[in-house]
Design a protein around this ligand. Sequence first.
Ligand code: BGC
Length: 716
Amino acid sequence: MNSKWIYIALCTLSIGNHSFAQKKATSEQTIEKLLQRMTLQEKVQMIHANSSFATAGIPRLGIPPLIMSDGPHGVRVEHGNDWIVDKNVNDSGTYLPTGNTLAATWNKSLGYSFGTVLGKEAKYRGKDVILGPGINIIRTPLNGRNFEYLSEDPLLISKMVTGYIKGVQDQGISACVKHFAANNQEIQRTSINVQMSERALREIYLPGFKTAVTEAGVNTIMGAYNKFRGQWCSHNNYLLNQILKKEWGFKGIVISDWGAVHNTTEALMNGTDIEMGTDIGSPAFPYPQFYMADTVVKLVQNGQIAESIVNDKVRRILRIMHKTHMLGGKRIPGAYATKTHQQVAQKIAEEGIVLLKNERNLLPLTNTIQSIAVIGENAVRKNAMGGGSSQVKATYEITPLVGLQQQVPHNTTITYSKGYSIVRNATADTSLINEAVAAAKKADVAIIVGGWVHGYDYTKWSDNAYDAEDTDKPDMNMPFGQDALIKAVIQANPNTIVVLMGGGAIDMRQWIHQVPAIVQAWYPGMEGGTALARILLGKVNPSGKLPMSFPKQLSDCGAHKLGEYPGKNGEVRYNEDIFVGYRYYDTYGVTPQFAFGHGLSYTQFNISGLSLKKIGKQVMASVTIRNTGTMAGAEVIQLYVNEVKPVVKRPTKELKAFEKVFLAPGQQKQVQLLLPAEAFEYYSDKDNKFVHQPGKYWILAGNSSDKITAKAAIQL
Ligand code: BGC
């Protein structure tokens, strides 16, 4: 961090009043003038990595290096130029809840708060680009990176990501939306060739990226590792040139994933603007030998590639540098590890944790509870450094056990037993189970904190790599013998609550009917334990909603039933097409364990009185929501669209608008939700475009994809 500021100061000093960058010319003029002053070598120096997370700057022209950092939910641990973790730097900052926790809030304004924290912390740490958000569609529960991603639904992704990006970029930092595109599994992520219909691409896999570009104005985008229709995504002509740059008019920078470039000419011609990578930056393959390095200079000098191709890339980089005030060294420092940032982390966790089940109103725990047996290694495990490139060194991390200890009334006693051991391939441990059972018997309630775990040590992903980069989960089964533990504890104490950590669905069939209360806690960030405890104790009324369906078992999932996973002979076909997540479960009559959009509250809401008004091709929906219970709380009104007689097969329902509403007990509100023309469109493979088909549509309103309480039809 310090070295960067010193660098900028030196650049500014060395160019003094002669700096083109400091002149108040219009941005494009400034950029053109800078370009004219650059040598070919200097231009090429800007389009490839010069260290693990930066390109080279051009000090004589006052152009700083472009410094990047992961990641999606906090500014990553500081790495040196050479990938070695820096010591003696202040890199302990805010660890925000992971992507699917944010998505589970269904609160668009929290996307902005999240992004603001990231942007401010990135700025403080001297970064220019934050490598997030990750928004790939959650296609299978097995994907090791689902925890970073947001949802199975393109609309929910689009709405949450817009705030996130604006929050980051309003701080003068570039967001980098990733991984473009169709990077939906980690198994064979650097080689798999993804095949899908144009319709699936347009309706499911691209809308989040399109919104990031056209509505949120994202400055940079990361090309994925995998291939799409036979060509590497990081230099895929169709995705980068045709769709991203031409159709969507993207003016920013395409950055390759680390080591995702494989061919100089393709990268130059097909839209890659910066080649990043680290492993290949080792002495065996130093940076000048990158595909977009010295070879490019030779190709241009030989007349094989026009210099204008390189100019376009440099122009894009300069444009973003200008936009984010990197040129001229005028940036102001951000803020780091502040109380306000920690409060944002807590708020997102409080709104993102989902109450899945609550029989007998076991939750919230009342003041009459005198003793709690906390069980499970996830209750004491810290997660900030887990999962891969999204690792964050947290200033502190409140675990579920500590959160409970801090939040319970003074007269409540808490015991802790481990219950299971987080060791790869560990099975049920009888002595740990016996200990947990004994503790549960003595307590008023037992809280088992289990579920998935993060791959912990970045260098040893294979150790416990359930939610981790570069690997997928082997199946949906609870690891470490947790099924046996839960079954034994519920026998010992009927007041057992199961809290699940992790990036998504786990197979609950062995105990779901016996356990009265289940909470989905994801990886809820540095204040996650506080948020969880406050929910369990009723200081916070839960309002999180599942951003992805939880199937009962893996074979129920559309991608596994109709599609392929992980593919054959290096290729995976998405034969389930647009029937991803609830689009599959609803349309094919498969009941999930917990439906998309599901999430309970300690109060009750009534959603009724849906009325519709046509405004051209759009529809304005008006709906009444009332808090009929006794506690203040928030509910998400979800609007789904169903076309009555479609000309092509369409899902039974698709989310097209939503709004989170906060209501005091007894309070009622009339809420208006706009369904834009696109809400009714489908992508026609025949006509190669989105089609707005006249006809009758049902608009369905509810608080979950499986709890529709009001519906109305409209003729368009
Ligand atoms: C990941 C990216 C990450 C990059 C830099 C890659 O392995 O796929 O998401 O931003 O590394 O750490």
